[in-house]
Design a protein around this ligand. Sequence first.
Ligand code: SF4
Length: 347
Amino acid sequence: MTGRSALPFRRALLGWYDSVRRYLPWRESSDFYRVWISEVMLQQTRVEAVIPYFHRFLEQFPSIRALADAPEADVLAAWSGLGYYSRARNLHRAAKQVANQGVPASHDDVLSLPGAGPYTAAAISSIVLGLPHAAVDGNVIRVISRLTNDAAEISAPRTRARFAAEAQRLLDTHRPGDFNQAMMELGATVCLPRTPLCPECPVQRFCAGRAAGRERELPVKLKKAAVTEIVLELLAMLWDGRVFLIRRDDAEKRLAGFWELPPRELFAEVPGTRASEFTHRIVNDRFRVVVWKAVWKAVWKAAAPATVKLEGGRWFDLSELTSLPVTTVTRKALAGLSEAKPAAGLS
Ligand code: SF4
């Protein structure tokens, strides 16, 4: 593929994209705010998971000004469950910047927003502003490595630079936003990581990896680091439609300000029953989460929990949790408890 004219490739790819592209709510317009929110949400998160969050977020913060003026706790609550919370904090800071300085008018303006890296800047400036910048995410890297039959290890900066240059060479400068989305769509729906659907691929005839029969060997990645398993025991204390949560302090910046179930050992004296167990993965850590349950009427006979000394946290009505920043692990834990699920709407 490298070095050949890119024109037939562009025609084949865009023709395919025009006829089969998926309906996605942020594709309805090239409005900066909608595209920006979707691009930030889509980082490290699947399209299907993003869609309901995208709708709810825009309902709650219908404009950049509404987002800029909102308290950070409300933004984190709306993001709660999507993970990678630095994205929400940066988005909030960036909204304040845009509300003061105006909507970005150039690639450099987009790049200056807190949290915007080369991928986000290229995606937004091509889709919204029509500027000729190739957006290179994991899907595009996979497609390029196969198209060019390039077996270089993809985390190496030189490989990334070469793939970015090839993506830029292929880019249709008349329709850069559509071209970028078409490349990502191809990676997400046809040029799949384990089983690329080559017979259905609109650019199969340009694909050197397929011609060499090596499409499944590409791209080449470093071996993943070993996964560490960590056991996490949590205590869900429930009392008359309420749950006791503690607040993360600033020691762990990523989740500072979030509420969560306390560790079991913090309230070892509270009798509880083992209620459920699930796994939760964060990068190379696999948490085996064991949830203990202590329901007021069953465990405390003498005094109401409101009068029991419980340091470092407070009781929340389960119905409040949807508007509170709550960690994903705690949401999952409560969703598995029959006493918490219906009231909290946490499934
Ligand atoms: Fe990917 Fe196969 Fe298409 Fe090549 S032919 S781009 S490997 S789906």
